[in-house]
Design a protein around this ligand. Sequence first.
Ligand code: MEV
Length: 424
Amino acid sequence: MNINKSSQISKFYKKTLKDRQEVVKDWIDDENDFLTLTQDQADNMIENVIGLYGLPFAVSTNFLINGEEYLIPIVIEEPSVVAALSFAAKLFREGGGFNTSSDKPEMIGQIQILDCPNINNALKQITIEKEVLLEEVNNLGGSIVKRGGGAKDFEIRQFNTDQLGEILIVHLIYDCRDAMGANAVNTAVEYLAPKLEQITRGRVNLRILSNLTDRRIARAEGVVLADSLTTDEMSGSEVVQSIIEAGVFAEIDPYRATTHNKGIMNGIDGVLIATGNDWRAVEAGAHAFAVRSGTYSSLTKWRRDSQGNLRGSIELPLSVGIVGGATRVHPMAQLALKILGVSSAQELAEVIATVGLAQNFAAIRALATDGIQKGHMRMHARQLAAAAGAPLEAIPLLVETMVAEGAIRLERAKQLLENWNEEH
Ligand code: MEV
């Protein structure tokens, strides 16, 4: 968040890239250039590096969350997502902005124990030794424990399987504070494994965190005024109804829910990548959470409120960090966190949930009214104009002509470019 500025930046999309950078530098009070990852830094991040892979880094405007102003950094290759977010945030702002909440940043580490000679004894012993073991884990130290996090509890789950007989799954509940926490949790469960073998006289197989981080849920909600949804063809109230119908479609039908949630993840992944977070972990958790009732369903809910306006809400597991991992190494991830101005992993999770809700609203509003192709094709035309080799100053004319003709094809972009070249 930024306490001194508004994220409602007039005609931000019409500014040049350089001017947008100036706005963002001013927002974060930083004169530094936008330095991206170097090959040397990349070489220290993963194995066998041969180069870098670039993606567009953008910001979405207009976000008002819990009464605070946010610019949202997004890294994505798909056109329309960034613009749709800014548009959605503008409408939610008119309805009072977004409100959010989240759970403590608790992760689950799993330890699989097999071949216990006496399951009841094993269960009893784990309970007796629990406090000592938790303390031992926390004595391993580390910055998370220093900040008040660390091992908090055990949960024990028991499975009776045809293939392997009785299995105990011990869940270590670990508060990760401002880290995503994968390393800390995995270190802790690897430490506990031999201790639990001794106590239970069983055998440990896997010890690894769970990506179904359902103790680490973030929630966001907000209202869009019916009046602001009016189109040339539909009243605001009709659009509210169409959006609710779209939302219920995704609540009841997994085929639709998958696409609906994909749209949500368009926004969420964009912020996760921008901030150097593990988007595969969040994706896995989000989809597992979406199927928790036994039927894969929507991550959002859309309803009409007592004033006839549209109320949307989202909840999903969001295991994210603002320290450690790529967030520390990648200069653009540092920049993204600075733009967001978040001071805790929970705040970041809540902002990300908000982005998911806003993205979903924008997608289903478009689908329930004009369809998405109209907006999409303009950006597609820009990509084609660029692919045809058009210089920057020629692109607007090529785009407008292709859109007006409804002929958004590379061949047409090339022809138009030839004409343009002859005239210039
Ligand atoms: C496209 O990337 C995402 C949408 O398909 C989402 C949706 O259908 O809700 C537009």
